[in-house]
Ligand binder design. Structure first.
Ligand code: GRF
Length: 204
């Protein structure tokens, strides 16, 4: 069986991309990153991909008249590289109808909080400010909402009394790097079944 071909969209430092590429290189997941796309030319994620010899493309959203046209180009890139699953990894834009229709139930995202709590930006800091005792991270399918799609895996992380938003974020990030490759592997194995809001991991 061939490896699952991943297209990764990232806007920033790309540590989740790195975790996915590392897991792939180590043979821990039956998947390979075939293209990385960023809406930000300075994204270090692009550099990380290039260091691995993986095609890395900057697509400037401002060059397009509409979000739809911007996404058409990205979908074209993903298809040209044969991407079968799209992984958002710190991609700072809301996915629109063009991408959702092109990759139905084939777009994953990682969020740095236990959804549905603390959706949107800075989930770690939101949790820390709120005073919860546990937070964590979530890998979910992407739908038309912001951080609202069906949940695949969550990891729980304690919030310590002497945490800052940054130390909490670092503890959460370690778990992101564990559960994102794990979710990809379950997808690659064809084990994820979506029933309404629920995602079940079935044994094959
Ligand atoms: C991560 O915290 C992720 O959960 C969120 O954006 C951040 C991306 O970090 N969606 P990185 O670019 O993968 O290092």
């Amino acid at each position: 069986m061939g490896k699952l071909r991943l297209g990764v969209l990232a806007s920033g430092r790309g540590s989740n991309l790195q975790a996915i590429m590392d897991a792939a290189a180590a043979g821990k997941i039956d998947a390979e990153v075939v293209v990385v796309v960023s809406d930000c030319n300075e994204a270090y994620a692009l550099e990380r991909a290039r260091q691995r010899g993986i095609p890395a493309e900057f697509v400037n959203p401002e060059s397009f008249g509409s979000k739809g046209e911007y996404e058409e180009l990205i979908v074209g890139l993903l298809n040209r590289h044969g991407a079968e699953l799209v992984c958002l990894a710190g991609y700072m834009r809301v996915v629109g109808a063009v991408m959702l229709n092109a990759f139905p139930d084939k777009i994953l995202n990682i969020h740095p909080a236990l959804l549905p709590a603390f959706q949107g930006l800075h989930g770690q800091e939101q949790a820390w400010r709120y005073g919860v005792k546990f937070s964590g991270c979530t890998v979910h399918f992407v739908d038309e909402g912001i951080d609202t799609g069906p949940i695949i895996i969550q990891a729980v992380v304690p919030v310590l009394d002497d945490d800052t938003a940054d130390t909490l974020a670092a503890r959460i990030l370690e778990q992101e790097h564990v559960i994102y490759p794990e979710a990809i592997q379950r997808f690659a194995e064809g084990r994820l079944k979506i029933e309404g809001r629920k995602v079940f991991t079935v044994n094959k």
